[in-house]
Write a protein that binds this ligand. Structure first.
Ligand SMILES: O=C(CO)COP(=O)(O)O
Length: 250
């Protein structure tokens, strides 16, 4: 089973009209092959700008978050319908920064994932353990729990529409990536876990790794059988780094 590699850049709360333009121009110039899927997730304020720029380019648009509600009195929130209007195709959900800083529980993440699927967009579901959880050998338990919360909300048949991103919290923004083998072990576990409900769907689900991915470690990560791409933070803001990661995805 060959799964297409995905390289997604999560810009987090970074950028400006000017720097976004420079970055994207550099990325477009650096993309040569159509073998992998390139996604960028700019801040909401720049979705319109980036949406206009990626039209016709081999780059898809993601949002970093969404509301689980369709419309109404939710000050500061953005609905999936609005994101679709802007040409968004993918939505990050359950990023550890949202779980930690904005109180997003497994329950909220599951609700949001369901809403994303129902809207016809594709969720990129982030899971991963903290350092403390890894040290107390809870990694697989935590990942299974985070996956199960979503599985019980959306059902296994819908899980085919989910992209999973394994992002160990201790590797995010620290410069300390998981080793390719550490990541592979968790990815393999996640796939087997999904396979307990449906082995065909498990084979299709794309599982990205995130956490200090750079051009210098992406090739080794992508060589692993269950690593289907990367969700890149800091390095996605640097043209040479992001293009280097895309190239190593083939
Ligand atoms: O959180 C991440 C992507 O969503 C990873 O961030 P870094 O690549 O900066 O570690």
């Amino acid at each position: 089973m060959t799964r297409k590699k995905i390289v997604a850049g999560n810009w987090k709360m970074n950028g400006s009209l000017e720097s976004n333009e420079q970055l994207l121009k550099g990325v477009f110039a650096g993309i040569e092959s159509e073998n992998s899927l390139v996604i960028v997730a700019p801040p909401f304020a720049y979705l319109s700008q980036v949406s206009a720029m990626v039209k016709g380019a081999q780059v898809s648009l993601a949002a970093q978050n969404s509301s689980q509600y369709a419309s109404g009195a939710y000050t500061g929130e953005t609905s999936l319908g609005m994101l679709k209007d802007l040409g968004v195709e993918y939505v990050l959900v359950g990023h550890s920064e949202r779980r930690t800083h904005y109180g997003e529980t497994d329950g909220i993440v599951a609700e949001k994932t369901k809403a994303i699927i129902e809207s016809g967009l594709i969720p990129i579901l982030c899971i991963g353990e903290t350092l403390e959880e890894r040290q107390s050998e809870q990694t697989l338990l935590v990942c299974a729990k985070q996956i199960n919360a979503v599985l019980s909300e959306v059902g296994i048949s819908n899980f085919e529409k989910v992209v999973v991103a394994y992002e160990p919290v201790w590797a995010i923004g620290t410069g300390l990536s998981a080793t390719a083998q550490q990541a592979q072990d968790v990815h393999e576990f996640v796939r087997k876990h999904i396979a307990t409900q449906d082995s065909e769907i498990a084979k299709k689900v794309q599982i990205l790794y995130g956490g200090s991915v750079k051009a210098s470690n992406s090739e080794e990560l992508f060589a692993m059988p269950d690593i289907d791409g990367a969700l890149v933070g800091g390095a996605s803001l640097i043209v040479e780094e992001f293009v280097g990661i895309i190239k190593s995805a083939g």
